[in-house]
Design a protein around this ligand. Structure first.
Ligand SMILES: *Cc1c(COP(=O)(O)O)cnc(C)c1O
Length: 398
């Protein structure tokens, strides 16, 4: 059972807004958690003791406030906020020793792929990239002695494939009791999917995406189920100095309050757009569509389909023209922002994966990814329809 479950008294949409008054003791009852923009804290005795905080690398009240809040939202025993999503993974990877092994997906976030490659080349850690949407492929690589981490993303990005987190976690814990199941839950956000409840040991997020929601800060969030794992993670964060600064902690806390309302709107827009594209006869990858091969599995893991989808046009040149003809849709990497974005993963976010590996992993070069924002859905669809027409596609209007 997750340690702090009993603390969740309201629906998640309410918990997101409600900041527990005990998280930070503030002398003036500030309605907004203050930004403690300080590196050091004065102590009351000559032996350096006396205060709850001494140095902001080790701890800062603004950071604590967002960590306590995130632990509640993620139903984690403990949560940490660090400088970026990649830092979150870097901190977690430091739990792996030379000679141990990592099993990870083959349709991963580009930066994740890059860091895992580095670790395998410099730290003597073997990384197996397998198709995690087939639990058997994961099981084949499990080694009770060597496996340390099993790293999952679901849905994957940009192909939007689903990994059965619940069954994989159960099998990993059965076969490798000392291995940790880690899920990058950025695509779903804690609002739509709780992977600690599905059996993961650690869940992390790029806070740069949905949690903050406005592309105005970078952050990473890590939540874990067990105190002992939390202690190890804290050790690395303090030792390496990767904790999030006070101002960004404050921005993250501010952003996360609107996660529920943003996600509801972004998701309903995404559904309208997925249906529009499917009606054009295009191959659309979105777990909210009944045509998604793992529609039922996704529904069993999460409470929604999210707001990232991708589609294929069959022609790289055509895809480029569509992307460049869109106006409302900004050409940008990343997702989770209030405004809508369009990109070609193979040329942008996933360009760091060598072309031959992209091919091996069936990543279509013509794939277009849409990250849907909170605009009015009719404007988004009209803009997309116009871009398709400009690029040379005959558009059927519904
Ligand atoms: C963006 C992203 C990351 C990396 O997060 P940063 O905050 O950019 O370092 C990791 N995983 C996924 C799924 C992401 O989308």
């Amino acid at each position: 059972m997750v340690g702090s479950t009993e603390k969740t008294r309201y629906h998640l949409a309410t918990e997101l807004v409600y900041i527990d008054g005990d998280a930070v003791k503030d002398n003036y009852n500030a309605a907004s958690v203050p930004i403690y923009q300080t590196a050091t804290f004065k102590q009351s005795s000559a032996d350096g003791s006396g205060g709850e905080y001494d140095y902001s690398r080790s701890g800062n009240p603004t950071r604590t406030a967002v960590e306590v809040h995130m632990a509640k939202i993620m139903k984690a025993e403990r949560a940490f906020v660090v400088s970026t999503g990649m830092t979150a993974l870097d901190v977690i990877l430091r739990l792996v020793k030379t000679g141990q092994e990592v099993i990870a997906g083959d349709d991963l976030y580009g930066g994740t792929n890059r860091l895992l490659t580095y670790v395998s080349q410099y730290n003597g850690v073997k990384v197996h990239n397998v198709d995690t949407t087939d639990p058997k492929r994961v099981e084949e690589k499990l080694d009770p002695v060597k496996t340390r981490l099993v790293l999952l993303e679901s849905p994957t990005n940009p192909l939007i494939k689903i990994a059965d987190i619940r069954s994989i976690a159960a099998r990993v814990h059965e076969i490798c009791p000392s291995a940790l199941v880690v899920v990058d839950n950025t695509m779903m956000s804690p609002y739509l999917q709780n992977t600690l409840e599905l059996g993961a040991d650690i869940e992390y997020h790029s806070g740069t995406k949905y949690l903050s929601g406005h592309h105005d800060l970078m952050a990473g969030v890590i939540g874990c189920r067990e105190q002992s794992v939390g202690d190890q993670l804290y050790f690395v964060i303090n030792a390496s100095g990767s904790g999030l600064g006070p101002f960004d902690s404050w921005l993250l806390l501010r952003g996360v309050k609107t996660l529920g309302i943003r996600m509801e709107k972004q998701q309903s827009n995404a559904m309208e757009i997925a249906e529009f594209l499917e009606a054009q006869g295009l191959k659309v990858h979105y777990p909210g569509l009944a045509s998604h091969p793992q529609y039922e599995l996704h529904r069993s893991l999460s409470s929604g389909a999210g707001a990232v989808l991708s589609f294929e046009t069959g022609d790289v040149g055509l895809s480029e023209r569509i992307v460049e003809s869109a106006k409302l849709w900004g050409i940008s990497v990343s997702f989770g922002c209030v405004n809508s974005l369009i990109s070609m993963p193979c040329k942008m976010s996933h360009a760091s994966i060598p072309a031959e590996i992209r091919k091996q992993r069936h990543l279509p070069e013509d794939l277009i990814r849409l990250c849907v924002g909170i605009e009015h859905h009719e404007d988004l669809i009209n803009d997309l329809a116009r871009a398709l027409e400009t690029a040379g596609v005959q558009v059927k209007r519904g």
